[in-house]
Write a protein that binds this ligand. Structure first.
Ligand SMILES: Cc1cc2nc3c(=O)[nH]c(=O)nc-3n(C[C@H](O)[C@H](O)[C@H](O)COP(=O)(O)OP(=O)(O)OC[C@H]3O[C@@H](n4cnc5c(N)ncnc54)[C@H](O)[C@@H]3O)c2cc1C
Length: 335
């Protein structure tokens, strides 16, 4: 266990923001984490893949880079399998592992960057699937007293891009592993239009989970900028959920507003569409801006400061508020 000083975090966040961490340590196992926490007095920033953070300043305390690795099979029968996955495993590699073993449930979540441990943090979701649907429990170590807690699915309080770890228990735990229950008899979900369309184009009528994963990967590659080429953190804002009245009010002026009905009668609007209507799509300010193909994605063209990108996000929030009366919420964690 070696603490390094004054480390650049540029390669540890997908935005590619160049700030320094006063102290930095890679955590390889739970015992190491416990030993470290017992002697620690500094503020902690946990980093997995750094794909959902915007670093706006130097980190004065210590960065714990999660490197807990391993996949353990807890239980298996003819229908399902339970896997306990250490939190430092790469999410997409875990998805590929499941596909290779014909374990179904997360193929729609292919190619989402980051670690397994961060997946429950914001209940990652894409193409009609959320990770909460396959999580049985989350194991986490309390950062103050090193006690281990097992959060059952229900006590994680999962919501749209949210969980108890992002709300009530924010900053209190290091997620050490996640236990998933996956299907051995594939339940294919092609409810998301783009998947169905792409499968049709490929002439696939009875898709396997590998087919779904391949299609999702190809759609994502065509839509989202690759962080290894252009710094970004995926969707910067959440899609706002509004009442029917508000949706209708907007529809009166913008007949083409996309909206998706929710089970409680509310409607989800596309944040990217709202931002685009305000004229931000493709906007470039010095070395950062709004992506040309997807207005929900803010980008660093190289050398941008986190504080500048934060200011841009504030300007976008104000502009959408003035135009539509809707206050966008950031999905990305601002550090
Ligand atoms: C190109 C691109 C596309 C994306 N597409 C999607 C998408 O489709 N759907 C989606 O939901 N997200 C998407 N994201 C966002 C991101 O990939 C996910 O939120 C991912 O789960 C973040 O994982 P990470 O390990 O990189 O987290 P990090 O960025 O390292 O951390 C995120 C937050 O979680 C905390 N944290 C991380 N690990 C732990 C831990 N073990 N214990 C406690 N706290 C922890 C951090 O302190 C931080 O606050 C995308 C990002 C990019 C760059």
């Amino acid at each position: 266990m070696q603490i390094q000083q004054n480390i650049s975090l540029k390669q540890y966040n997908t935005f590619g923001i160049d700030v320094n961490a006063a102290n930095f340590i890679s955590i390889e196992n739970k015992e190491e984490l416990k030993t470290f926490l017992k002697g620690n007095k500094q503020p902690i920033l946990i980093l997995g893949g750094g794909s959902n953070v915007l670093l706006t300043k130097n980190v004065e305390g210590i960065v714990l880079k999660n490197n807990l690795k391993g996949i353990e099979k807890l239980k298996e029968d003819n229908n399902s399998v339970e896997l306990k996955v250490k939190s430092g495993e790469n999410w997409h590699e875990f998805v590929l592992y499941c596909i290779a073993n014909n374990y179904s449930g997360i193929e729609n979540l292919s190619l989402i960057p980051g670690s397994v441990g961060a997946a429950p943090m914001q209940n990652i979701g894409a193409y009609g699937v959320e990770v909460k649907d396959v999580i049985m429990s989350v194991e986490a170590m309390n950062l103050k007293d090193c006690s281990i807690h097992h959060f059952k699915n229900k006590s994680c309080e999962f919501g749209y891009r949210s969980s108890i770890f992002k709300t009530k228990e924010k900053g209190n735990y290091f997620i050490t592993s996640v236990t998933f229950k996956l299907n051995k008899t594939p339940k294919i979900n092609t409810s998301y239009g783009a998947i169905e369309k792409e499968l049709n184009q490929r002439g696939i009528t009875q898709p396997t989970i590998k087919d779904v994963s391949d299609v999702v990967i190809s759609i994502r590659k065509s839509k989202l900028p690759d962080p290894t080429e252009i710094g970004n953190s995926g969707s910067f804002f959440k899609n706002p959920i509004v009442s029917k009245d508000i949706k209708e009010k907007i529809r009166a002026s913008y007949s083409d507003v996309p909206s998706y009905s929710q089970s409680n009668g509310d409607f989800k609007l596309a944040a990217g569409w709202l931002i685009e209507q305000c004229g931000w799509k493709g906007k470039i300010i010095d070395n950062y801006g709004v992506h040309a193909n997807q207005a929900l994605v803010l980008v660093n063209y190289g050398g941008a400061k986190g504080a500048d990108i934060f200011k841009l996000s504030e300007d976008i929030i104000n502009s959408v508020k003035n135009t539509f009366g809707i206050e966008l919420e950031r999905e990305v964690n601002i550090i």
